[in-house]
Design a protein around this ligand. Structure first.
Ligand code: IMP
Length: 178
């Protein structure tokens, strides 16, 4: 598995350190607000697990599963809800936990859908932000790292369902998907 990695962008330790900082900020911003974290499956499962351990305030966790890639490295632009939330969010402060914002199409579709359910607020927390690839403007409220336009895997992120279990974030060798 590791031999398919061209370079390591962020080690396990880099990620741990950064998540502590993001978690602290969320603790401050959401104090007394009982936020509802919406984890976007499957890519954000590891980020959610580590981030939630840094959260010291009351919060709840729910899951949504989305597909937008269809097994390739380019977003299809068609966002499918594979599993919807199984709780109402009206009058809740929603914080979406995402692995990576790339074109922005997924977060645009998800936030538009969730806004129709009248949450008190809705914000986005993403581990990675590939800002230069945006096709649609998306306001990212919290991020772990901004990254260049490279296809990355590990720490929850996959290519064709592989590599999610790597503890670091790395760039996939082009020969794997070319
Ligand atoms: P967007 O809709 O183009 O912003 O894409 C968001 C989704 O595409 C993310 O939730 C990821 O699942 C996937 N994605 C985008 N870039 C990468 C990448 O570099 N590696 C792995 N998955 C990615």
């Amino acid at each position: 598995m590791k031999r398919d990695v061209k370079e390591i962008l962020f080690s396990k330790e880099d990620i741990e350190q950064r998540i502590k900082i993001v978690g602290n900020q969320i603790n401050i911003d959401y104090k007394g607000k009982f936020p509802l974290f919406v984890c976007i499956l499957r890519g954000a499962f590891m980020f959610l697990a580590d981030l939630s351990k840094e959260i010291k305030i009351d919060m709840s966790i729910h899951f949504m599963a989305i597909s937008s890639y269809g097994g390739n490295t380019e977003s299809t632009g068609q966002v499918k809800i594979l599993k919807d939330l199984d709780t109402p969010i009206n009058d809740r402060h929603v914080l979406i936990i995402e692995d990576i914002v790339d074109s922005g199409l997924t977060m645009d579709a998800v936030t538009r859908l969730l806004k129709t359910r009248n949450p008190k607020s809705i914000k986005i927390c993403t581990l990675l932000d590939k800002e230069e690839r945006r096709k649609i403007p998306i306001k990212v409220d919290y991020y772990g790292f901004k990254i260049p336009n490279k296809f990355v895997i590990g720490y929850g992120l996959d290519y064709k369902e592989k590599y999610r279990n790597l503890p670091f974030i790395g760039v996939l060798k082009e020969k794997i998907y070319n």
